[in-house]
Design a binder for this molecule. Structure first.
Ligand code: TYD
Ligand code: MG
Length: 405
């Protein structure tokens, strides 16, 4: 007989109407309104959040700011396996985050000890910086290996749920963008926040790529200052402040989460000196760039086969918006032809393989932002009746109509 055919007990499911919803519990505010929004309204007790990002992007800084805000009303523990108490104290002093009595610090790399501390129920929020430094006694492999990370995370998560404490795990991300070691961490936790951007200046964006308790369409935009991360109140104005319109420069009306942002896209097109033409992109997917170049060559009369092409998204933003296609394509065409675009122009639209311009989401928000910053027209898909939009249906006509000057 198959094992288990007679074992196991009958479960007693509960009527869903009688179950207490998570949201009835009080969420903790991080003290940063935009970040609360990304989290779906703050940090949920018992929730486990993974904050992933490249080394040096500002994860520890952000979490120290958050913990000091929360420690004003609840006991918080900051556990670090990377920095000493002295180092963290120095940073906290710099951030003005060192006054609260309710913010405790421990330097530890033991997942067992930290889990036991969480289970004690003393702390409402526990930060673990970082998950890669933790290890469990019973596992012999080195910290940072897949088995150490997943098993440590599991022990911590169980402790968090049993004590109803919120936990934020810091996870370092490799250059390629995967959370170093196990992707499986993403499945274990409730919320995955991604911290992206340029390490050396520029904007840094926090967005949720998974959220069991909220949407994944919000984003918080920060800039690093001398005293920590500051929310950028008007990103479009900041991004366009240093723009001077020349050939290859196009303003894209994009969205970061639900928020409209105007961002400059720059293209540089040079003759290839020898061998294979070079294509590089900063802030834009290189495969998408190659595809757009192929479409430009096939559907317009532009010859790019002997040209090096460079794309730069100004301000350190990494575009994931399909509506960036048309702006990138027009920037390349503008640079290749040496003709600049009208000053009052913004661009957005998805480009299909046939060279057709496809409709995109949130046209109203994109237009509203462009109007607010003094732009006068948008080259965009023919999907809206607004006269602000100069509708285009294919790439060839977009270039013929708007690159003649
Ligand atoms: P950090 O938060 O340590 O990054 P992570 O934990 O993601 O590795 O720090 C990011 C960088 O920010 C670091 O190079 C120092 C700098 N920084 C500032 O510019 N201003 C500040 O107030 C602080 C605390 C750090
Ligand atoms: Mg750090």
């Amino acid at each position: 007989m198959a094992r288990g055919a007679h074992s196991g007990k009958i479960l007693k499911p509960q009527s869903i109407g009688l179950i207490r919803a998570g949201d009835e519990l009080k969420r903790m505010s991080t003290g940063i309104a935009d970040l609360d929004m990304v989290l779906g309204g703050g940090i949920l007790p018992g929730g486990v959040v993974l904050l992933a990002g490249q080394p040096g992007i500002g994860k520890s800084t952000l979490l120290l700011q958050v913990t000091s805000a929360i420690a004003a009303s609840q006991p918080v523990l900051y556990a670090s396996g990377e920095e000493s108490a002295g180092q963290v104290k120095l940073r906290a002093a710099r951030l003005g985050a060192d006054s609260g009595d309710d913010l405790a610090f421990i330097a530890s790399t033991s997942a067992d000890d930290i889990a036991a501390t969480i289970r004690s129920g003393t702390y409402k929020l526990v930060i673990i910086d970082s998950i890669q430094t933790l290890s469990l006694d019973e596992i012999t492999s080195a910290p940072g290996t897949v088995s150490q990370i997943t098993n440590s995370a599991n022990v911590i998560i169980r402790a968090a749920k049993s004590a109803d404490a919120a936990v934020i795990l810091v996870g370092h991300v490799t250059k390629e963008g995967s959370i170093a070691g196990p992707k499986v961490l993403e499945h274990l936790v409730d919320v995955v926040l991604q911290f992206e951007g340029d390490r050396y200046g520029g904007f840094k964006v926090v967005r949720a790529i998974k959220n069991r308790y909220g949407s994944t369409s919000e984003a918080a935009i920060f800039e690093m200052s001398d005293n920590g991360l500051q929310v950028v109140e008007n990103p479009s104005a900041a991004l366009l402040a240093e723009r001077h319109n020349s050939d290859g420069s196009v303003v894209l009306a994009t969205l970061e989460g639900n928020r409209p942002i105007l961002v400059e896209i720059q293209a540089l097109v040079n003759s290839t000196n020898f061998g294979y033409p070079k294509r590089t992109a900063s802030g834009f997917d290189i495969n998408r760039l190659n595809l757009l170049i192929a479409v430009l060559e096939k559907r317009t009369k532009l010859n790019l086969s002997d040209k090096d092409i460079y794309i730069n998204v100004v301000g350190g933003l990494r575009l994931q918006d399909p509506a960036a296609d048309l702006a990138v394509a027009m920037a390349i065409a503008s640079a290749a032809a040496g003709k600049r675009m009208d000053d009052g122009l913004v661009v957005f639209g998805e480009v299909g393989l046939g060279g057709e311009i496809r409709s995109v989401t949130h046209v109203d928000r994109r237009i509203a932002e462009a109007k607010k910053l003094g732009f006068t027209k948008a080259i965009a898909p023919k999907q809206s009746k607004d006269t602000f939009i100069k509708g285009v249906s294919d790439l060839r006509h977009a270039l013929i109509d708007y690159l003649k000057s």
